[in-house]
Each structure stands twice: as C-alpha cells, then as structure tokens.
Write a protein that binds this ligand. Structure first.
Ligand SMILES: C[S@@+](CC[C@H](N)C(=O)[O-])C[C@H]1O[C@@H](n2cnc3c(N)ncnc32)[C@H](O)[C@@H]1O
Length: 212
C-alpha cells in the first residue's frame, strides 16, 4: 500500500467514526508490517491522530527498542503465530522461528503491549494444540486463540478432519478450565466454540429469537 492510500484509509476511518460516534482502532497485518518502508510514518500518523492499533506480524524484527517505539506510537496488541510445538512450528515457518516467537513475548509485554498467540489449525498441528495452550500460559501470553486453516482449492488435504478438530477442542476446553484465573485469556474466536458449548449444555439457543 502506498503512503497516500494509507493516509486516505486513516482519514476515511476517522470521518466514519466521527459520524458513527465511535472510537477508531486499527489492525495492521502482513506479512510483517514492520518491513513496510513507510511503516514508521504510518505509526506516527496514528500516534498524532490518537488512534490505537494492533499488529499481526512476525517476531524477527522485535527488539526492546522497537517494542518501546511501537508502544509510544499507540500499539496496544501484537499478534504472533505459533503453529505447533517447536519442531512443527519451525517446519511450517522456518528454523528458529519458534524460539524467536517465545523470546518476543516478554519484550512486548515489558513495553506494555499485550501479546496474542494465534494458532492456525491444520492436519499438521491439530494434535499439538492442547500442549500449545500450556506453552502460551507458561510464557505469559495475554491472549490465546486458534482458527481453522482456510485452504486454497489445491490445498484441501492440509485440513484436519471434523472428528480430529472436535477432539482437539475438547482437550483445549479442559485446559481452559484448568487454567481458569490465570493471566492468559482464551479467546473463543472460532464460531465452532458456540456449537461446542451448545453440545455441552454451556450455551442455550434462544428459541424466541426472531430469525426473520
Ligand atoms: C496473515 S498472518 C500475518 C501475520 C504474520 N505474518 C503471521 O504469519 O502470523 C495472520 C494470521 O493469519 C493466519 N493465516 C495465514 N494464512 C491462513 C490461511 N490460509 N487460513 C487461515 N489462517 C491463515 C496466520 O497463521 C496468522 O495466524
């Protein structure tokens, strides 16, 4: 995106929020947003506009200095991916990526930025997700969530089966219960959590809901 386009988006959003009487908040995603040649100009534009933001990015360019600079520009949250335990994650991403991700968590937190750990579920990592909950908690991630891998037409075989996914949710739910009261929030982002909770009597469909 050109800087000109980014400024247009920020201005459009500000105008919309003024009319709708709501507060703007941006999610900036990549790739790695930090590598965009105009990233720091955008961050300063958001700072001057008083618009807080979150980044969905990589851990590789996060230093103490970068994290402090991000926070001073208004970065509230940084999402990092963990797509399995060390061997699996490094195989999906690249060698060293798992350790770099865990190393980035305290850097971000010390700078006052919340850390969200996000796992993208495929047949390659489905069995490891419950153990990943332990890793997120032990490393004091502020948020843990997962979502299903969305395949391209040629890539459907990378998805896990519905049964595997269901079993993984069951085991994760047990972990969420076990870790109730800890500092990690478990974000039930996947819509299948509603179905899961319904199956387990934890969510009731409102029969009087007008679906028209
Ligand atoms: C687009 S990435 C951007 C941030 C960073 N580069 C990363 O990989 O985490 C944000 C999230 O989208 C997920 N993602 C990427 N491709 C996906 C796909 N085809 N289906 C579901 N999630 C996907 C990633 O695993 C990551 O958790």
């Amino acid at each position: 995106m050109s800087l000109e386009d980014m400024v247009t988006v920020v201005e459009n959003c500000q105008e919309f929020c003024r009319k709708a009487d709501c507060i703007p908040y941006f999610y900036i995603t990549g790739g790695d947003p930090l590598l965009h040649p105009q990233f720091w100009i955008l961050a300063h534009i958001l700072k001057i506009a008083g618009i807080p933001f979150a980044i969905l990015g990589n851990p590789f360019h996060l230093t103490q200095e970068v994290c402090m600079k991000l926070r001073s520009c208004g970065c509230r949250k940084y999402q990092l991916s963990l797509d399995g335990l060390k061997e699996t994650h490094d195989c999906i991403r690249r060698p060293g990526s798992y350790d770099a991700t865990l190393k980035a968590i305290p850097l971000l937190r010390d700078a006052g930025i919340d850390v969200a750990i996000m796992a993208t579920i495929s047949k390659w990592n489905c069995q490891e997700i419950p153990d990943l909950v332990d890793i997120a908690v032990e490393n004091k991630a502020d948020i843990f969530a997962f979502a299903r891998y969305c395949p391209s037409k040629e890539d459907v075989s990378s998805c896990c089966s519905p049964e595997e996914y269901h079993e993984m949710m069951k085991k994760c739910w047990q972990k969420f219960e076990q870790y109730k009261g800890c500092s990690t929030t478990f974000n039930l982002k996947d819509h299948l959590w509603t179905l899961f909770r319904c199956e387990n009597g934890l969510f009731q469909i409102d029969e009087n809901l007008d679906m028209k």
